[in-house]
Write a protein that binds this ligand. Structure first.
Ligand SMILES: [Zn+2]
Ligand SMILES: [Zn+2]
Length: 815
């Protein structure tokens, strides 16, 4: 592969025919023509409440980013505001449910390490008082040399932030890399849903490494000048001043254990582009917990002048992964650099750099996205690289065939009359969105042609949705359902606004029908990963107070034709939302059982509910229920037709039919939960069977689970029966019951959710292993519909693996 790619590597990029060269701004007439959406691609953007007010102005480049686990980060002058989107099943409110947290900017300024403290202080003194004005003035005005500023305004806030892929932190969620204005690059995780914790300071670590190697990148490099030379002083800063950083996808590395056995370990790379064109590729072992997770750090010299942006190029072909780094320059060029990494399984790279655009045309590359797609005519996978350059979009299609690497490129013009300030891409289908500061967003849809592709584009006028606004950044949600936009007030009657209120606002990019179809045909089969789509469905059901017929039918058909539990979880989700939509007020019926559960639990075990759990309660569920309370009772929107429907239906139907209906939905919910529980029980028993020998006692109440499954006469599952038969034979009449830790009585397995001993002590059951949770702390899924115990050091690997699973009802991570 590398050899094939090298064939055309380094040669100037080929161009596809009929390209539009970048030219001056289009005339209004031309713009109007290209603005007309073609019939097949009509998009209606609808406003989605709420708008989230930001406490501080936004800062940096591309200030908005949407993570794979549904958190939106916003770089501001004081902190990174994080808005987490939840697919709430406990609230009847129609608004998006957003949980807010923040990563504060560090209190202390950041000074790059360019030498020993004493030496640096002396040099700074020398440069500040230099007789040569080119030295003293350059020194005094440079914010990297003088982050504190003295007479200059302080450098506060964030320059850039970047989300890791899903599966990187200890809970299997995304990490956030944050770069401050004064060049401190740190990695953060949010493990308890409230606070963000800094895991490492990469700027500090990189500075130390450079100091130890005397600011040389290789041993053979000849020593450079002394720090006292202004040029050397500048060089040592520029080689560690981060411009941007980006995460790679998760890759597998091999680790040799003490007994010489090999083990596959997940790892992720963070590439950091520096001002001098160097790139540091940090490699981390997963889950990333801190300094000890760092496996290596390699520096690549790109030789690119004035680098402005980077992106990973990841191409998969015949199960082989090709990777590289795409770097753009403020002068115009774009190229892909090889990244050589040892120990990464199935990892290949280019033999030499590939130039995608070589003209120094002074159109700065502002943003680059790389999207893996499948070419339907060439019948192979390909990479679409898009870069915002001024007011144009430069695109490049890369295909690897037997003949080598094929590169097609062109520019899309006539998009904006002002430079593009932000660009975002829907990774599922390659749709690109660009935005200029005047509130205009363009949607670009790639259309494959025989050899390459072309773009259809259409205008989304945000003024029609939000009124006159200025736009500062956009980000598309993981499955393309929503676009988040940072806005401030636009001009009114030709006057600039007096105040600048920064807000994050949301618009829909898909209809409910499109979202439902995408969920039904999903290849990921995971509700949590598609929260943006399920939210569109949730919104529709809450508005209409019924599940649309076509969706119900399509879902039932899927359930009949394939056994995947995903469709059952989808059904459970719909029923839970339907239940919420029927609630006039958050009724006692809904809340009473969960309150009682908690009460019993607390009175039973005084220590239950660690501070962590209490906080969680404070942070989300209470907030959510409070929110739903006030939203429903307020009934704020007089135009909301949904309220009429509800009043109407309850007027006609009276009180009792509604209650009956709720009971009926409750019964259906119970039935689906039971099905999902049984399916998971079968899985757990399968693991028990695989991993245990005769008459072995495990922490899993195997006998109880078997009896529970067989106790229901109506349940007739041949696989379950056969499996249980085998297990019971292995257990050889032993029962291994669980015992109550308070009174030592036997805990019977009669209820899937809890265990009650004969003295009335109640313990919740772990939904992943069905063991009763008798410890003081336990984990919960994001939606709080199930609990799970923590793994212990004594647990065998297979039980640890079971405990790593997502919630069996909602697919969300459990922590
Ligand atoms: Zn007891
Ligand atoms: Zn759940």
């Amino acid at each position: 592969m590398a050899a094939a790619a090298a064939g055309s590597g380094g040669s100037p990029a080929l161009s596809s025919g009929g390209e539009e060269p970048p030219a001056g701004p289009e005339s209004p007439a031309e713009e109007a023509v290209s603005a007309g959406p073609s019939a097949g691609f009509r998009l209606t953007a609808v406003r989605r409440e709420p708008a989230v007010r930001l406490q501080h102005g936004v800062s940096g480049l591309e200030p908005l980013a949407w993570s794979e686990d549904h958190r939106v980060s916003v770089s501001t002058a004081r902190s990174i505001a994080v808005l987490e989107q939840l697919s709430d099943i406990h609230s009847g409110g129609q608004e998006l449910v957003i949980h807010r947290t923040a990563v504060p900017a560090p209190a202390a300024g950041c000074l790059l390490k360019v030498g020993s403290k004493k030496e640096v202080a002396e040099c700074k003194e020398k440069f500040a008082n230099s007789k040569d004005p080119t030295v003293s003035q350059t020194f005094m005005l440079d914010r990297v040399f003088n982050p504190e500023g003295k007479s200059l305004p302080p450098m506060r806030g964030f320059k850039y932030s970047s989300w890791s892929p899903l599966g990187c932190d200890a809970n299997g969620r995304c990490l956030l890399a944050a770069l401050t204005m004064d060049n401190r690059l740190t990695i953060h995780a949010n493990l308890n849903r409230l606070q963000w914790v800094q895991l490492v300071d990469l700027t500090e670590m990189y500075g130390e490494r450079l100091y130890e190697t005397s600011y040389k990148l290789s041993k053979v490099e000849t020593p450079r000048g002394e720090l006292g030379d202004f040029a050397e002083f500048q060089r040592r800063h520029s080689m560690q001043t981060p411009v941007r950083m980006e995460w790679s996808g998760i890759c597998t590395t091999q680790q040799v254990k003490h007994n010489n056995e090999c083990r596959d370990v997940g790892s992720v790379l963070l590439a950091v582009l520096f001002e001098n064109g160097n790139i540091a590729a940090w490699q981390f072992q997963l889950p990333f917990v801190g300094k000890e997770s760092i496996t290596s750090c390699n520096t690549i010299e790109s030789g690119i002048n004035s680098p402005s942006v980077l992106s990973w190029w990841e191409y998969e072909h015949n199960n082989r992964k090709m990777s590289g780094l795409i770097v753009g320059s403020a002068f115009g060029p774009v190229k892909i650099l090889p990244v050589n990494l040892k120990a990464v399984k199935g990892y290949f790279t280019l033999r030499q750099p590939v130039v995608l655009w070589q003209e120094m045309d002074q159109l700065p590359v502002h943003s680059i996205k790389c999207i893996p797609l499948y070419h339907p005519y060439q019948k192979c996978s390909c990479s679409l690289v898009v870069a915002a350059r001024g007011s144009y979009v430069f695109w490049c299609l890369l295909l690897i065939s037997k003949a080598g690497l094929n590169v097609h490129n062109s520019h899309v013009t006539g998009l904006h009359s002002l430079p593009i300030v932000s660009m975002t891409a829907d990774k599922q289908n390659g749709t690109v969105y660009t935005c200029s500061s005047d509130g205009k967003v363009r949607q670009l849809i790639p259309i494959f042609t025989d050899v390459a592709l072309k773009f259809e584009h259409q205008l989304i006028k945000l003024s029609e949705v939000f009124g006159s606004v200025r736009t500062h950044g956009i980000a598309v949600s993981p499955c393309g359902a929503y676009l988040a936009v940072i806005t401030t007030e636009g001009m009114t009657n030709g006057l600039h606004p007096v105040n600048k209120n920064y807000q994050v606002q949301f618009v829909t990019l898909k209809t409910f029908e499109e979202a439902a179809a995408q969920l039904l045909e999903s290849s990921v089969q995971n509700l949590f990963r598609q929260v943006d789509l399920t939210d569109l469905v949730r919104w529709k059901i809450l508005k209409d107070k019924h599940i649309p017929q076509f969706l119900q039918e399509a879902l039932d058909k899927k359930i009949e034709s394939c056994g995947s539990t995903y469709f059952w979880r989808f059904k459970l989700f719909l029923l839970r939302i339907l239940y919420q939509s029927m609630q006039k007020t958050p009724s006692e019926v809904m809340w009473r059982p969960s309150h009682e559960d908690t009460k019993v639990l607390i009175s039973d075990s005084p220590g239950m509910g660690s501070t962590e759990d209490d906080h969680q309660e404070e942070g989300t569920s209470k907030q959510a229920s409070k929110q739903s309370l006030c939203e429903v009772s307020k009934g704020t929107d007089p135009d909301d037709p949904a309220d009429d429907t509800l009043a109407h239906s309850s007027d006609v139907g009276g009180h009792e039919p509604m209650e009956e209906k709720l009971l009926e939905i409750q019964a259906r919910i119970e039935a689906v939960e039971m099905h999902l529980t049984r399916e998971h029980m079968k899985r757990v028993l399968g693991e028990v069977y695989l991993h245990t020998w005769i008459t072995e006692n495990t922490s899993i109440p195997t006998r109880g689970v078997c009896d529970f499954l067989m106790s229901d006469e109506g349940y007739d599952d041949r696989t379950a029966r056969v499996l249980i038969g085998h297990i019971l034979k292995k257990m050889n009449k032993q029962t291994f019951p669980e015992h109550c830790s308070l009174c030592k009585e036997i805990l019977p397995f009669t209820d899937r959710k809890q265990a009650v001993c004969s003295n009335g002590h109640i313990w919740l059951r772990c939904f992943l292993t069905y063991q009763s949770c008798q410890s003081l702390v336990y984990r919960r899924c994001l939606l709080h519909d199930s609990i799970a115990r923590h793994p212990t050091p004594e647990d065998p690997e297979w039980i640890k693996r079971l405990l790593q699973g997502p919630c069996t009802f909602c697919d969300s991570p459990v922590f």
